[in-house]
Design a protein around this ligand. Structure first.
Ligand code: UDP
Length: 327
């Protein structure tokens, strides 16, 4: 049997982190989570707390003493802690930039001291206003103007990518950059704008389903269970470090089509309404029209591609939200 690997997940009480922790424990690994619970929720990991191979530290990743202690007991760090969500970002750009840049710097410093392989979460947002889809890792990155604070998130994650790869180049730390494309699934919060949990809750409550803009913008949604398998693959593959990887689905859907699908699968009578962007977001927002990943690189390395399609994903989220609604 493979000997257990000691993982540290920053932001492990969040949506992706809590699913990752579960999967790693199931595979027999040791998992520590550090989370300040600013957006993560204790209830996401409450069921893991009694596990003998699980450890939780409520702390900020910028606390160097805590991070050093945790890193000293880890082989791999998966750095997911970040300020995320378009709504949060356009409303709190200072918090976003500081958390994402200072946090990643702190994680990399501790990782270097203890030689931990480090996987850093980045985002498809870094493809910004690029219009040539699908987006490949070596494509140029084109953000919008600094007067639009939406791009503060992408810019902060760009710095994280450069910083991480610089740690590998200059100091030999093994670093993997993961560009996530619209990851969805149970436990994702709708608080900061994420469209699927919002549409599902609206449909289940019989409230209007709120499509922003003309609804012809598209996204590719990937189930968190598939994303977790990609992360684990990258954590162990000897050739993964030193590069960026797109992680996402290539099944493209418009937001209009998504609204229809949610309504049908939830057997809802909710009306579908269109809301102008100016009413939906704080000043500083601007939308991405299309967002499709090229996943050749990760597929070539790991043979990975998503297993679940949009309908499977929606059924899972509907079941989860239905249970919460009746709890
Ligand atoms: N969106 C929408 N209604 C909502 C929330 C989001 O139409 O209630 C749209 C949003 O404007 C965007 C898409 O759905 O075009 C995906 O938004 P989300 O915030 O989930 O992710 P991102 O924009 O980061 O891809």
């Amino acid at each position: 049997m493979q000997s257990p690997t000691r993982f540290l997940i920053t932001g492990g009480a969040g949506f992706i982190g809590s699913h990752l922790a579960e999967a790693l424990l199931e595979q027999g690994h040791v998992v520590a989570v550090v989370d300040d619970l600013s957006t993560g929720r204790l209830e996401n990991i409450a069921h893991l707390l009694p596990h003998e191979r699980f450890h939780f530290a409520r702390a900020s990743i910028t606390d160097a003493i805590v991070m050093d202690r945790l890193a000293s007991q880890s082989d791999v760090i998966v750095h997911l802690a970040a300020a995320v969500g378009v709504k949060l970002i356009v409303e709190h750009p200072v918090h976003t930039i500081e958390t994402n840049i200072m946090g990643t710097e702190a994680v990399l410093k501790s990782a270097l001291r203890y030689g931990c392989r480090t996987l850093i979460a980045s985002t498809s947002e870094v493809y910004g206003k690029g219009s040539k889809v699908p987006f490949a890792e070596e494509d140029d990155v084109l953000l919008g103007p600094t007067s639009r604070s939406r791009w503060a998130y992408a810019a902060s994650k760009m710095v994280d990518e450069f910083l991480g790869l610089a740690y590998q180049r200059e100091f030999g730390l093994p670093v993997v950059i993961m560009r996530f494309f619209n990851t969805v699934g149970p436990r994702q919060t709708g608080r900061y704008g994420m469209v699927i949990p919002r549409f599902v809750r609206q449909a289940l409550r019989g409230e209007p389903i709120t499509v922003y803009g003309d609804g012809e913008q598209s996204r590719c949604f990937c189930d968190v269970s598939d994303v977790v398998q990609a992360i684990i693959g990258l954590a162990f593959h000897p050739d993964a470090p030193g590069r960026v990887y797109n992680i996402g689905s290539t099944e493209e859907t418009t937001i209009n089509a998504l609204a229809q699908r949610v309504r049908a699968l939830a057997e809802s009578q909710s009306p579908i309404v269109h809301i102008p962007y100016e009413q939906a977001y704080a000043e500083g927002f601007e939308d991405m029209q299309r967002r499709v990943p090229d996943i050749t690189r990760i597929h070539t390395l790991l043979g990975w591609s998503p297993k679940l399609g949009l309908d499977d994903i929606l059924r899972r989220v509907i079941a989860y939200e239905r249970e919460r609604l009746h709890a």
